[in-house]
Write a protein that binds this ligand. Structure first.
Ligand SMILES: NC(=O)c1ccc[n+]([C@@H]2O[C@H](COP(=O)([O-])OP(=O)(O)OC[C@H]3O[C@@H](n4cnc5c(N)ncnc54)[C@H](OP(=O)(O)O)[C@@H]3O)[C@@H](O)[C@H]2O)c1
Length: 338
């Protein structure tokens, strides 16, 4: 397997390299690609230092699998090139997610939707975390509506944003007044309901990604979804307060029993012991953690819960690697395991 990682120097790209090693992903060749800014850089991988090459069209020759960990404009330009040169592509940007012909995949939920497509889109990080937790409830009880408020870590905006949280925190503690560069406001000791740009309907692009992508992944356009996305001064792992109106009545115990068995979910729900998930706990872990399951007091058949997951792992990289593992293991089986 010859693999290319486009955006290998970014927050998602570096996490991808880490998880490829942790999961012992079978590789014959690994090509690290980034912008000209990273030319000459070397990144350690499996005991050697691999050079970072500048992205251009020729870099995809002979590549079997390309992970795109770059912004949508770069993906829009280079994904078609990688496909044309024969690679299977998993794109983590928003460039192709809502195209009807491109499967938008969370393996625990809709792996079968991949079909024969050689391009698979990886959903938005907050969306992945949400659907892993709600899809089992949809299957068992049906869902009429979801209201979700997110508390998103700085690293969700990339490695420069993570550095901004760190440097601003240090500066404020020294009595300074840091100027925001990546974010629209100071992020240290602050939060703001503003992730990605504002749209005409008053929602942000991030909020509408959660609405539109969730419907596509769950395969049900009739579910009513509304979201508010908030950036918080946390380094890693997104949290979500999720309120659901089920179609069918279900007790809190029944919901808990379904989530206890759900793939990719880990229950942490013992309030009498102060046990519920937090971003610090979820950081570096693979599961979507669910706690504070209780009756929602505003919806008929309502359930409220608190969901936390590391958005760089399950929300981005792990999801993509799970897709690759399943696709390429299937191909291997079809070739008789060779
Ligand atoms: N961060 C998250 O939690 C998260 C979660 C899910 C999805 N995503 C998505 O994943 C993608 C990457 O996000 P990130 O957080 O990793 O961003 P990031 O930390 O800012 O990294 C961006 C990467 O893109 C590369 N790049 C930028 N312009 C390029 C160009 N013209 N040609 C080639 N490479 C270029 C950068 O290379 P240089 O270092 O050379 O500039 C860097 O490797 C985005 O689409 C984002 O929306 C992020």
């Amino acid at each position: 397997m010859r693999v290319a990682v486009v955006g290998a120097t970014g927050a998602v790209g570096r996490e991808l390299l880490l998880i490829l090693q942790q999961r012992d992903f079978k590789l014959d060749d690994l090509r690290l690609l980034a912008s000209e800014r990273s030319s000459g850089m070397k990144i350690p991988f499996g005991g050697v230092e691999l050079p970072v090459e500048t992205l251009d069209e020729k870099r995809f020759d002979g590549v079997d699998l390309a992970f795109f960990c770059v912004e949508a404009d770069v993906s829009k330009r280079f994904v078609p090139v990688a496909l044309e040169r024969g690679a299977f592509v998993i794109d983590k940007s928003s460039a192709f997610r809502l195209k009807p012909e491109v499967p938008l995949i969370v393996p625990e939920v809709n792996l079968d939707s991949i079909g024969k497509s050689r391009l698979v889109a990886n959903p938005n990080c907050s969306t992945i975390i949400l659907v892993v937790a709600v899809a089992p409830l949809l299957r068992k009880f049906g869902i009429r509506r979801i209201v979700v408020c997110t508390y998103q870590a700085a690293s969700g905006a990339g490695s420069a944003a993570m550095s901004e949280l760190k440097s601003q925190t240090e500066e404020v503690l020294k009595g300074g007044e840091p100027k925001p560069v990546v974010f629209p406001h100071p992020i240290a000791f602050n939060l703001f309901p503003h992730i990605d740009s504002f749209l005409e309907n008053g929602y942000t692009k991030e909020e509408m990604k959660m609405v539109d992508e969730t419907k596509k992944i769950l395969g049900d356009k009739r579910i009513l979804i509304s979201s508010t996305c908030v950036r918080v001064p946390v380094f890693r792992a997104h949290s979500e307060a999720v309120h659901i109106e089920l179609k069918q009545e279900a007790s809190v115990e029944e919901v808990r029993a379904v989530l206890e068995k759900a793939e990719g979910v880990s229950l942490m729900d013992k309030v009498e012991e102060n046990l519920y998930p937090t971003p610090l706990f979820a950081s570096g872990k693979d599961k979507v953690f669910v706690g504070r399951i209780r009756r929602d007091l505003a919806f008929k058949n309502g359930i409220a819960m608190w969901v936390v997951s590391d958005q760089l792992r399950k929300g981005a990289v792990l999801n993509a690697i799970q897709i690759a593992e399943r696709v390429f293991n299937k191909k291997k089986k079809q070739r008789g395991g060779k």
